[in-house]
Design a protein around this ligand. Structure first.
Ligand code: BJW
Length: 234
């Protein structure tokens, strides 16, 4: 562990599950009551903006009822204490990593508490409901939409992520099913550039075989233990 300097940590819905935010897939998953193609594509947004905006309004409002859990707090502690480069790449659109105190963080699939103008591209912090045809504070067009990366759209900050993966000594994936690309391919990119790889998940993910080490269990228990282990050797 002492040779490690640069860390990239990918998080998914499993890291927020113990905070009470439903994961996407599997029993009780967020999309059990919705067809993915009804809410999570640009075509669905164009077809029924009211449905899509309402879906994300409800989830934005629900953020007020949840708190970061032990996994978020442990990662924030690691972020604050780790002397080398570190990047937390979250697929999650909740704000629990930052509320725990993490700062070396990016949201590759967007953020619930942000609105995106489909006309001018500005991203604006947004805490309230976002009805369709809300006026953009920058360009005045009625084109604000949830700032969420839908299927078929390019995730945010891919160049920065790829540079971090290329420089990583250790790539860690936490609480993600490995069902959605490009995030599901990060482990292969990291390995290609020589990083060690570790997965922490409740159960083996779709990409488990790519990881050198897998630890199975709840993130709220596994992540704090791993962070202590890592900082003890830093
Ligand atoms: C616990 C736990 C606990 C539970 N402790 N663990 C064919 C082949 C390959 C790719 C494609 C293809 N056709 C289309 C594509 C591309 C497509 C894609 O991947 N589709 C797949 C369905 C195949 N991807 C895209 O379109 C992306 N864009 C893109 O590719 O652009 C082009 C490009 C080209 C080149 C380079 C780069 C880009 C965009 C993807 C956008 C994803 N957006 C969503 C929706 C966000 C909005 C919302 O919240 O509603 O992001 S989809 C959804 O899935 C969400 C998540 O971030 C993402 C990943 O889900 P995640 O986090 O893994 O959650 P789950 O529920 O799947 O898994 C949770 C895991 O946690 C489980 O394993 C549990 O066991 C575990 N767990 N409790 C630890 N307590």
């Amino acid at each position: 562990m002492a040779r490690l300097r640069n860390l990239v940590i990918l998080t998914g819905a499993g890291v927020s599950a113990e905070s009470g935010i439903a994961t996407f897939r599997g029993p009780g998953g967020l999309w059990e009551g919705h067809r993915v193609e009804d809410v999570c594509t640009p075509e669905a947004l164009a077809r029924d903006p009211a449905l899509v905006h309402r879906f994300y309004d409800l989830r934005r409002a629900a953020l007020d009822t949840v708190e970061p859990n032990a996994a978020h707090h442990a990662l924030a502690r690691l972020d604050a204490a780790w002397p080398g480069d570190l990047l937390i790449v979250t697929q999650n659109v909740d704000d629990l990593h930052e509320r725990a105190g993490a700062s070396r963080l990016l949201h590759m699939h967007g953020e619930l508490r942000s609105a995106l103008c489909a006309a001018c591209g500005i991203r604006e912090g947004w805490a309230e409901a976002l009805p369709p045809e809300t006026e953009c504070p920058n360009c005045g067009m009625l084109a604000l939409r949830p700032d969420i990366v839908f299927f078929g759209e390019m995730p945010y900050q891919m160049e920065r992520i790829e540079a971090a993966l290329a420089a990583a000594d250790l790539f860690v994936s936490i609480g993600t099913s490995g069902a959605v690309y490009p995030a599901a391919g990060f482990v292969q990119t990291a390995r290609h550039y020589g990083a060690a790889t570790l997965e922490m998940n409740l159960e083996p993910s779709g990409g488990s075989h790519w990881f050198e080490e897998s630890r199975m269990g709840p993130a709220g228990a596994l992540v704090p233990a791993w962070v202590e282990e890592l900082l003890a050797g830093a």
